[in-house]
Ligand binder design. Structure first.
Ligand code: PMP
Length: 266
């Protein structure tokens, strides 16, 4: 469903068919989750196909690599150009773009020196569709920021998200809302979180969450429209008294939340 026999992807400087692309089974990324990636969307607009916040996403990809010590030296502008070429070669307009920086064979626990870039794209509907979401508070917490680089979008971090999502689905919910190690609200499995109370928006402060590009966009729009918005720690107990909430991220876009732990908002 992500590719057909005609799909083109970018691999290490060349555009090739996805069916002809191979990777090394001794890759450090495959064994230990040591790689970095991005999720980016493109949209058909009145001015042609535009990638949403392209610079910001590729800057974050470079920052993720730098934070964990993966040598990755592409220029942001070149990455943006590759992404546009990828869309055009695959005749895609409304699409999801996935760059992945992965490492070569290395079974020891220091960064591999062979680093590769793969970029692919596919058509992907809104991750949760248009329905309001039923969330549960996960039994899984976001990781201790002293154990990982929370600002990095690193492949291995997503075991946490997969565990939380799987638990939520088994319990009959659409997604998980994870708390941080102190019991403050963190984020959903792959999206940031906003709460509304008495006309003010609140979102968890940075530190225990991925600094989402959509989150930052929402903050910017609120400031432009003079909608009061506060970044601060949010206690789980505050959720019950709120007027509404939404999660936001590249894949999910903006997703309204109907209830948390089966308690609907007013
Ligand atoms: N938190 C997590 C854990 C995520 O995986 C994502 C998706 N990248 C987000 C938040 C939202 O980030 P963005 O808006 O940059 O997609």
């Amino acid at each position: 469903m992500y590719y057909t026999k005609d799909t083109i992807l970018f691999l290490n400087g060349k555009f090739i068919k996805a069916v002809d692309a191979h990777t090394d089974l001794y890759s450090q990324t495959l064994h230990y989750g040591f790689g970095a990636f991005e999720g980016i969307r493109a949209y058909q607009t009145m001015n042609g196909v535009k990638i949403f916040k392209a610079q910001e996403h590729f800057e974050r990809l470079k920052k993720s690599c730098a934070l964990v010590g993966i040598p990755f030296h592409y220029e942001t502008e070149d990455l943006v150009q590759i992404a546009y070429q990828l869309l055009s070669k695959n005749n895609l307009s409304d699409a999801y773009i996935r760059p992945l920086v992965y490492c070569g064979p290395n079974m020891i626990l220091t960064p591999a020196q062979d680093v590769y870039l793969m970029m692919c794209a596919w058509e992907w509907d809104k991750y949760h569709g248009d329905n309001m979401l039923k969330l549960c508070i996960s039994s899984y917490q976001r990781p201790n920021p002293n154990s990982l680089k929370m600002e990095a979008k690193v492949t291995g971090h997503y075991v946490n998200s997969i565990l939380a999502t799987s638990e939520a689905k088994v319990r009959g919910y659409d997604d998980a809302l994870m708390l941080d190690m102190y019991g403050n609200v963190g984020e959903a499995s792959g999206a940031n979180f906003f709460l509304e109370k008495n006309g003010v928006l609140y979102t968890p402060a940075l530190g225990h969450i991925l600094p989402g590009i959509t989150r930052q966009t929402v903050l910017n729009i609120c400031r432009e429209l003079e909608i009061p918005v506060v970044e601060r720690n949010i206690r789980a107990e505050e959720l019950e008294g709120a007027d509404g909430a939404f999660s936001c991220g590249t894949a999910a876009e903006i997703a309204g939340i109907e209830s948390i732990d089966a308690k609907p908002f007013a």
